[in-house]
Design a protein around this ligand. Structure first.
Ligand SMILES: Nc1ncnc2c1ncn2[C@@H]1O[C@H](COP(=O)(O)OP(=O)(O)OP(=O)(O)O)[C@@H](O)[C@H]1O
Ligand SMILES: [Mg+2]
Length: 234
């Protein structure tokens, strides 16, 4: 298995945010994580990427325990995150932001500056602009491109459509099949259930720090999602 969490728990001080989360992501797979505000989706992403450090065996990469590694070490293993809120380096240009992604992990693969500019042509036009001079959608494209520059095996995307116009969301989601074609597995954290189901092979729904539903995206019903999302029958 490319990635696995086993009875993963996480806390902020005294506050427990995750209570034994088990998920798997196979190589090349696209998995969606859905759930209401505060369900623990971002905490799960932070636990996988080493922003929050856990017991080693709570997160496994190709069977090896990585739960206690730092985020830099996790990234070197080929797990890249597009964080919630994009988090570009504000004093750097688009191109500099992208190049930093490539410096974190230097391995051969399909992604380099040209490939990212082909994926998001507007970024080539804006390459010398500062990251913060861009629209929200363009900033999101930089954040995705920066993660891709490390040629990850697994790309974690935390709410990449949040606050963006539908036409921009469409462009960003159109990039994901091309990312998969490059061989990467993808996890999308998404509030938009329709978008999540359209792009993913499988879906996990979280509520209050637990997984409440695991299903194939093609099979799952609205009633099942409603129940898992709100903890009540539809
Ligand atoms: N830095 C933090 N300090 C303390 N509590 C936090 C922190 N970050 C998140 N939490 C709490 O942990 C729980 C899970 O939050 P998390 O951000 O993982 O949820 P989420 O599913 O990503 O929500 P959203 O959809 O709003 O992004 C929430 O109750 C939240 O208030
Ligand atoms: Mg979140």
């Amino acid at each position: 298995m490319l990635l696995e969490t086993r009875a993963l728990t996480a806390s902020y001080g005294q506050f427990r945010a995750l209570f034994g989360v088990d998920i798997t992501v196979a190589a090349g797979e696209c998995v969606a994580i859905i759930g209401a505000n505060g369900a623990g989706k971002s905490t799960l992403m932070r636990s996988i990427t080493g922003v929050i450090r856990n017991e080693p065996g709570m997160v496994l990469h190709r069977g090896e325990p990585i739960g206690a590694l730092s985020s830099a070490e996790v990234m070197k293993r080929g797990i890249a995150m597009v964080p919630e809120g994009r988090k570009l380096f504000p004093s750097l240009t688009v191109e500099e932001n992208l190049l930093i992604g490539g410096q974190m992990r230097k391995v051969p693969g399909p992604w380099n500056l040209d490939a990212v500019y082909e994926l998001f042509p507007i970024l080539r036009e804006r390459r010398n602009n500062s990251g913060t001079a861009l629209s929200g959608g363009q900033q999101q494209m930089v954040a995705i491109g920066r993660a891709l520059m490390s040629n990850p095996e697994l790309l974690l995307c935390d709410e990449i459509s949040l606050g963006l116009a539908p036409v921009v969301i469409r462009d960003i989601y159109a990039a994901l099949p091309k990312v998969r074609a490059g061989g990467a597995a993808i996890v999308v954290v998404e509030q938009d259930i329709g978008k999540a189901l359209a792009v993913a092979d499988r879906v996990y729904c979280m509520m209050e720090g637990r997984v409440t539903l695991t299903a194939k995206a093609a099979d799952v019903s609205r009633q099942q999602i409603h129940a898992a999302y709100f903890g009540e029958a539809a």
